[in-house]
Design a protein around this ligand. Structure first.
Ligand SMILES: Cc1cc2nc3c(=O)[nH]c(=O)nc-3n(C[C@H](O)[C@H](O)[C@H](O)COP(=O)(O)OP(=O)(O)OC[C@H]3O[C@@H](n4cnc5c(N)ncnc54)[C@H](O)[C@@H]3O)c2cc1C
Length: 449
C-alpha cells in the first residue's frame, strides 16, 4: 500500500488541507488503516469530484479508494453488478454498455467512484423517475470504526445513514448495483428555448415525464424581462430501430472523446462578468427554438465537461464554489427571488442547471427532495460572496429547501438542522457506532455532523 503526505482540495479547488494518504490494494489493508488511525481520524476518498471539503481530513488520514477497482461479477440476467467501491462510473460504462446495460443514475461527470456515488447519494437528470443512486444499491460492504466489515441492506438505519452519509459511517468497500437495459449508446434529444423563468418552469412542467432525462441551462446574467431565460434539454436512450443504418452496426459502442486539458495557469478574471455575459448570449442564441430527435452520444449528452480534463482550473487560482439548492414545489417565488438576486448582482455564472426532483430518497442526509433544484458555479474571489450566499441559504431554508452538502465549501452550521430534519438521528447513529469519532472530515468538523 502506498502512503504519502498530500495537500488535498475538492473539485472547486478551495481550502486545501494536508493529510496522510493511504492507497489500499486490499480490504485487509483498508481495515488496517482504520484500526491504526491517529487522533484526527480517517476518511474514504474517491476521485475527489465533490466540490467542497467532503473528501478532506486536515491533519488526519485519507483512504484513497481508487486502487480497489475490481468488477467482481456481472449478471446480465438479473441486471446486477458486484464491484469494489473504487470502480468509476466511467469504467462501469466501458464494461456494461457493450452488454446493453447502463448505470442507473449518472451525475454530470462519469469520473466518480461507486463509493463516492453512495457517499454523496448522487442524483441525475432522471431523479423524478429513478431517485438517487442508493435506490439502485442492493447491498453494500461497510468497513466500520471497529475495523469489522458489515453487509448493509436497504431498509436498515445503517444503510439510510450511509447513503449520502459523506463517508462518516464507514468505508464502503464493495456494492451490489442494479443496472438498466439499453439497446443503444445513443441518446435521442429534444431542445427548446424559454424566454424567461416563468416560461421555462411552465415548459418544463408541461413536458411532464415523457422523457426520462430533463434539465435546463439558465442564463443568470440575463436581466429585466429576460431574467431566468434558458434552454431545456430532454433525452431518452434511443431505441435501436430509430438509429440510422450506419449507427445500427455498432449500436452499443462507447467512445468518449477528449479535448486538450485546461492550462494550469489561467489568468484571474478570464471568466469574469463580460466573458460570462458574452458566452451566455451566444449560447442562448445558438440553441434552436425547438428541435426534436437529435442523436447524441452518451458523453455529449450527460458529461460534456468531462471532455476537457482539469476544466476546474479555468476559474483561476482561487477556485470556485458550487452552490446547489432545492426548494419544494409551491415555492417557485423563492426560486424567482434567488434567480433575480443572482442576475441583479451580475454573478458571472456560466453553468447554472435547473432540474426537477421527485420523491425524497431514504438517505438521512441525501440531498434531493421533491422540488426545483438549481446548481451554479461562482468564482471564489467575488467580493462579498460569503455573505451573499449566507443570505441565499436563509431564503432556501425558510422555504423548506436545502443546500447540497457534498458540494458545499462554506455553509454555516446554523441553518443545517432546518434543512436536514433527520440530522439528529444521523448524529445519534454515529455516536453509537463510532463513539471515538474514527470517521471525520473537514466538512464534518465545519458543520458538526
Ligand atoms: C463536473 C461535475 C458534475 C457533477 N454533477 C453532479 C450531479 O449531476 N449530481 C450529483 O449528485 N453530483 C454531481 N457532482 C458531484 C459528484 O458526483 C459527487 O460529489 C461524488 O460524490 C464524487 O465522487 P468521488 O468518487 O469523486 O468522491 P469524492 O469526491 O472523493 O468523495 C465524496 C464523498 O463520498 C465519500 N466517499 C468516497 N468514497 C467512499 C467510500 N468508498 N466509502 C464511503 N464514503 C466514500 C467521501 O468521504 C466524501 O464524503 C458533480 C461533480 C462534478 C465535478
Amino acid at each position: 500500500m502506498s502512503v504519502d503526505t498530500v495537500s488535498l482540495t475538492g473539485w472547486g479547488r478551495t481550502a486545501p488541507t494536508t493529510a496522510l494518504r493511504f492507497r489500499p490494494r486490499s480490504y485487509e489493508e483498508a481495515a488496517a488503516v482504520v484500526r491504526g488511525r491517529g487522533p484526527r481520524g480517517v476518511l474514504a476518498r474517491g476521485l475527489g469530484r465533490a466540490h467542497g471539503d467532503a473528501a478532506q481530513n486536515a491533519g488526519g488520514s485519507v483512504l484513497d479508494m481508487t486502487a480497489l477497482n475490481r468488477v467482481h461479477t456481472i449478471d446480465t440476467r438479473t441486471g446486477t453488478v458486484v464491484c469494489d467501491a473504487g470502480v468509476s462510473l466511467h469504467r462501469l460504462m466501458e464494461v456494461l454498455l457493450p452488454l446493453g446495460r447502463f448505470v442507473p443514475v449518472t451525475p454530470s461527470t462519469r469520473h466518480i467512484t461507486v463509493g463516492g456515488a453512495i457517499g454523496s447519494d448522487v442524483q441525475g437528470r432522471d431523479h423524478r423517475l429513478s431517485g438517487s443512486f442508493s435506490r439502485h444499491v442492493g447491498s453494500l460492504e461497510l468497513l466500520t470504526a471497529d475495523g469489522e466489515v458489515r453487509t448493509v441492506l436497504p431498509g436498515t438505519a445503517l444503510f439510510d445513514a450511509t447513503a449520502g452519509g459523506l463517508g462518516l459511517t464507514g468505508v464502503v468497500l464493495a456494492a451490489t448495483l442494479r443496472f438498466q437495459p439499453v439497446t443503444s449508446s445513443l441518446m435521442s434529444v429534444d431542445t427548446e428555448r424559454a424566454t424567461d423563468l416563468d416560461d421555462l418552469l411552465a415548459r418544463f412542467t408541461a413536458g411532464g415525464d415523457r422523457h426520462r432525462y430533463a434539465s435546463a441551462w439558465l442564463d443568470l446574467l440575463a436581466r429585466g424581462g429576460a431574467t431566468g431565460r434558458g434552454i431545456i434539454t430532454r433525452g431518452e436512450h434511443a431505441p435501436l430501430h430509430t438509429l440510422p443504418a450506419r449507427a445500427r452496426r455498432t449500436p452499443l459502442a462507447f467512445r468518449p472523446g477528449q479535448l486538450p486539458a485546461a492550462p494550469a495557469l489561467v489568468p484571474a478574471g478570464l471568466l469574469g462578468r463580460t466573458s460570462a455575459a458574452l458566452y451566455n448570449e451566444l449560447r442562448f442564441r445558438a440553441a434552436p427554438r425547438s428541435r426534436t430527435g437529435e442523436l447524441q452520444r452518451i458523453p455529449t449528452f450527460f458529461h460534456a465537461l468531462d471532455g476537457v480534463p482539469h476544466w476546474n482550473r479555468l476559474h483561476g487560482r482561487g477556485g470556485f464554489v458550487r452552490y446547489q439548492f432545492v426548494v419544494p414545489y409551491g415555492q417557485e417565488e423563492t426560486l424567482h427571488r434567488v434567480v433575480r438576486r443572482l442576475s441583479t448582482r451580475r454573478c458571472p455564472s456560466f453553468l447554472a442547471v435547473l432540474k426537477r426532483f421527485g420523491r425524497a430518497d431514504p438517505g438521512w442526509l441525501s440531498f434531493p427532495a421533491p422540488g426545483w433544484s438549481l446548481a451554479l458555479d461562482l468564482p471564489v474571489g467575488l467580493p462579498g460572496l460569503g455573505r451573499f450566499l449566507d443570505g441565499l441559504d436563509e431564503e432556501v431554508a425558510a422555504a423548506g429547501g436545502r443546500v447540497c452538502l457534498a458540494k458545499d465549501a462554506r455553509m454555516r452550521p446554523g441553518v443545517l438542522a432546518a434543512m436536514y430534519p433527520r440530522l439528529p438521528e444521523f448524529r445519534a447513529l454515529r455516536a453509537e457506532l463510532d463513539p471515538g469519532g474514527a470517521f471525520r472530515s473537514d466538512l464534518s468538523r465545519r458543520l458538526s455532523l
